[in-house]
Design a protein around this ligand. Structure first.
Ligand code: FES
Length: 80
């Protein structure tokens, strides 16, 4: 889905920028080598940025929980 028609920025660009460490809308634009022009998209970018950061954080926490699982438990799961 196109989020910013001036820069042809998509929701995937926002998610990619967040995965790369973006935490602010200007960093999302900068990740694509552009910046807000008319500004009509900024609220939408902020909304998608929040959603993507939340999703990214949840994935990070799930990976951390899995890494912290006892080795014995992992062995049981692998042999089942
Ligand atoms: S629609 Fe994004 S700057 Fe114009």
């Amino acid at each position: 889905m196109v989020v910013c028609s001036c820069n042809r920025l998509t929701h995937v660009d926002v998610e990619t920028a967040v995965a790369g460490g973006a935490t602010h809308p200007r960093e999302v634009y900068a990740a694509r080598g552009c910046r807000a022009q008319c500004g009509n998209c900024v609220q939408g970018v902020v909304c998608l940025l929040r959603e993507a950061r939340k999703k990214h954080q949840l994935a990070h926490e799930a990976a951390a929980r899995q890494a912290m699982a006892p080795a014995a438990e992992a062995g049981i799961a692998l042999s089942a």
